[in-house]
Design a protein around this ligand. Sequence first.
Ligand code: 13P
Length: 276
Amino acid sequence: MIEGVAEMLREGKKYLIGNWKMFKDEIQAHAHFHLLAQFLAEKKIFLDVAIAAPSVFLSDLVRKTQNLVTLLAQNVHWEREGPFTGEISVPMLRSLGVSGSLVGHSERRLSFGENNVTAGKRMGALLRGGLKAVLCVGESLEERDQGRWSRVLETQVCQAFEASGVKNAFEILGSFAQSPLLFVAYEPVWAIGSGHAASPAQAQEAHSFLRNIFSFYFGRDVGEYVKILYGGSVKASNIKDFLSCPDIDGALVGGASLNVQEFFQMCERAASLVKG
Ligand code: 13P
């Protein structure tokens, strides 16, 4: 274990990421972000809160984080620069002060031809650039019904890491040196935007499985310290049920993160589970 890393990561912090997807105009985005920073400043809650905002808002929002809100992109290309119309790069995010990005979200996989390889390449570029990567994985309803969910998750993680060029545990844990950089979001496709969340028991089972995958392939330290978030119809009324599970380090929230008051409630409920 790299010196100092163990203590830093044993703190039991919880992570809450709001994924705004393709919602909000400029005025709404600014108002929401401003209110969130104000809320976190007033409440002084012990919680790591991030927003994955549409890329057009990043350069303005980054000035409003007040070191209280982590700002993420929703996608990023693996090349540093080049003729890739419509894409943004890791150096661009770094130059703005944006902290990282989601990669491999199922909406990107289903609608834009993303796969484990492209997700992994994006993740590798982020980690090598010292930015946070939130690798999204999750099975379809058909795959769950056929009892294939664990095989699907293992393939998603392994192929993504293979493509990432991140070779060993040391490289991953080394990237934890200041704060965790590697996050995995377990988002079963059937639970996203459906109003039908996984049960906390189903989510815990999948998270524990994912942790074991990391331990098996990358070493016990990585399995213990990778941050695994649950996503899929999380809202204020169920967030505590998920975050109380031993292997669930936080939540990745879509629809419910768009509502300012509901997101505040989620922050408070998540923080109530953590010793400050
Ligand atoms: P919902 O919370 O709307 O189900 O979306 C989850 C999600 O896709 C977060 O990335």
